[in-house]
Design a protein around this ligand. Structure first.
Ligand SMILES: Nc1nc2c(c(=O)[nH]1)N[C@H]1C(S)=C(S)[C@@H](COP(=O)(O)OP(=O)(O)OC[C@H]3O[C@@H](n4cnc5c(N)ncnc54)[C@H](O)[C@@H]3O)O[C@H]1N2
Ligand code: MOO
Length: 401
C-alpha cells in the first residue's frame, strides 16, 4: 500500500506536458498555459499619457499656488498635441491623451479655475514633475518578455496578450480525459432506477471535476459488469485520451475486474492502494505511449477526493502548469475535534470567516456515498492517522479545492 505522498510522486513522475498547439485567443483558451515567451511589440504606453482630466503644465510654473497660465490647445484622447507647452502656458488635456512637449505634469481639473480669455488658474501649490503622467514604456518596453512560458492564460493575461497584438499563441492543450463508470446497478440520470439500481452520479461529477481541473472531458459511458463491454470501453478511452479515469470496480469483489482488463490492454499498474481515507482502492497505471490511467473507487466521495488529490495534479502537469498542487495550507479549526482514524483522512470541509482571517470546518457527512454534504466542500481537512484531539483554533492542514 502506497503513502499519499509516494502515490502523488509516482503519478507526477509519469506526467509530462503535452505537445504545444496554437491556441486562438478567445474565452475557450482561458486556463491554458503559454508554451512560449511572449514579448512586447512596442512600448506601452506608446507615448507618455495623462492619467487625469485637467491641464498639462510645466511644474516649474506652478511652484506656488495661484499660477495663471494661457491654454494653448485642447488634447483629447486619440489626438496628437500640435503645440508644445512653453513657460506660462498649459494645454487642456483628458485622461489617456498624449502629454504635449514641454509639459511635465498634469493638474486635475478639480484643482483649477477657468478664467476668461483662454486662461486658467492653478489652485494647487507645489505641482510635482511627472504627477499624473504615465511615462512611455512604464508598463512594458518594446522587446521585453511580458508573459513568460508557463504563464496561465488568466483574464488579465488575455488583456496583456491583446495589448501586444496577439490573436493566437503557442499554448499547451487541455488534456483529453476519458471518463468511464462501472457497475450493473448504475443507470443514467434520465432513467428511473428499478429496485436495486442507482443513478450515475460519478459520471457527471467526474466530467465536471475534469473541466474544473483544466482537462477536456469526454464521457464514454457505463461499463456494465461484463468483461467484454468493459474492455471495449477502456480500449476506446485509451485510444482517444491523454488520461482515462474509471470509477468503480476497484475493490476486491467478484465483479471488480477492471484491474485485470487494464493489464490485458497493456496498462502497467504502478499502484493499486493508497493508505488514506476515503479512497483506499485507487489505482494508477500507464501505457507505453504515456496515457495515464486512474481507477477511482465507486463511492462518490472517495472518487471526488481521489480525483482532487491525484488526477487534478496530473492534469495540471499535462496542461503545462509549473505547480502541480494540490495546494495545502494551514488554517485554524472552527471547532474542537476529537477523532481516531487508522489511515490519513481527507474530510470534505468548508472554509469560513474566522477571528484571524479564515478557518476550516469539516462537513457533517453520513459517509463515502454522501455527495449532498460534499457538494458544499471547498477544501479537504487532513487528519493524520491515530488520535486527533484538538481545540478550536488549532492549526490544521487543509487542501484547497
Ligand atoms: N471486502 C472489502 N470490501 C470493500 C473494500 C475492501 O477493501 N474490502 N473496500 C471498500 C472501499 S474503501 C470502497 S471505496 C469500495 C470501492 O469499491 P469499488 O471501487 O469496487 O466500487 P463499487 O463496488 O463499484 O461501488 C461502490 C459503491 O459506489 C456506488 N457507485 C458506483 N459507481 C457509481 C456511480 N457511477 N454513481 C453513483 N454511485 C456509484 C456503488 O453503487 C456502490 O454503492 O469498496 C468497499 N468494499
Ligand atoms: O475508502 Mo472507501 O474509498 O471508504 O469509501
Amino acid at each position: 500500500m502506497f503513502e499519499v505522498a509516494d502515490a502523488l510522486a509516482t503519478v507526477l513522475s509519469h506526467s509530462r506536458p503535452l505537445e504545444a498547439e496554437v491556441a486562438a485567443l478567445s474565452v475557450a483558451a482561458l486556463g491554458q498555459v503559454l508554451a512560449a515567451d511572449i514579448t512586447a511589440d512596442a512600448d506601452s504606453p506608446p507615448f507618455a499619457k495623462s492619467l487625469r482630466d485637467g491641464y498639462a503644465v510645466r511644474s516649474a510654473d506652478c511652484a506656488s499656488a495661484g499660477a495663471e497660465l494661457t491654454v494653448v490647445e485642447e488634447v483629447p484622447a486619440g489626438k496628437v498635441p500640435l503645440k508644445s507647452v512653453g513657460t506660462g502656458e498649459a494645454a487642456r488635456i483628458f485622461t489617456g491623451a498624449p502629454i504635449p512637449d514641454g509639459a511635465d505634469a498634469v493638474v486635475m481639473q478639480e484643482h483649477t479655475e477657468k478664467l476668461g480669455g483662454g486662461r486658467v488658474r492653478i489652485v494647487d501649490a507645489g505641482v510635482k514633475s511627472r504627477q499624473w503622467v504615465y511615462a512611455q514604456g512604464a508598463e512594458m518596453r518594446a522587446g521585453a518578455v511580458v508573459l513568460a512560458k508557463g504563464t496561465p492564460i488568466t483574464p488579465a493575461a488575455c488583456g496583456v496578450l491583446a495589448s501586444v497584438g496577439q490573436t493566437a499563441v503557442p499554448a499547451f492543450p487541455f488534456p483529453r480525459v476519458g471518463v468511464i463508470v462501472t457497475g450493473d446497478e448504475i443507470v443514467e440520470a434520465g432513467t428511473k432506477p428499478r429496485p436495486g439500481q442507482i443513478r450515475n452520479s460519478n459520471g457527471p461529477m467526474l466530467t465536471a471535476l475534469t473541466a474544473r481541473g483544466g482537462g477536456r472531458p469526454r464521457y464514454l459511458g457505463i461499463a456494465r459488469d461484463d468483461r467484454a463491454v468493459t474492455e471495449s470501453l477502456i480500449r476506446e478511452g485509451l485510444d482517444v485520451s491523454d488520461v482515462v479515469v474509471i470509477a468503480g470496480g476497484m475493490s476486491v469483489g467478484d465483479h471488480d475486474f477492471v484491474p485485470e482488463v487494464l493489464k490485458e490492454l497493456g496498462v502497467v499498474i504502478r499502484f493499486r492502494q493508497i493508505r488514506m481515507k476515503p479512497g483506499k482502492p485507487i489505482l494508477f497505471g500507464t501505457t507505453e505511449k504515456g496515457t495515464l490511467v486512474f481507477g477511482l473507487p465507486g463511492n462518490p466521495v472517495s472518487a471526488f477526493v481521489g480525483f482532487e488529490l491525484f488526477v487534478r495534479p496530473a492534469l495540471r502537469i499535462l496542461g503545462g502548469h509549473a505547480e502541480a498542487g494540490p495546494r495545502t495550507i494551514r488554517l485554524p479549526l472552527a471547532d474542537g475535534l476529537a477523532e481516531s482514524t487508522d489511515r490519513p483522512t481527507y474530510r470534505p470541509a468548508k472554509l469560513e470567516p474566522h477571528a484571524t482571517g479564515w478557518g476550516v470546518r469539516p462537513l457533517t457527512t453520513t459517509g463515502s456515498p454522501d455527495l449532498v454534504s460534499t457538494q458544499r466542500a471547498d477544501a479537504l481537512l487532513v487528519l493524520p492517522a491515530g488520535n486527533t484531539r484538538a481545540d478550536a483554533g488549532t492549526l490544521a492542514d487543509v487542501v484547497l479545492l
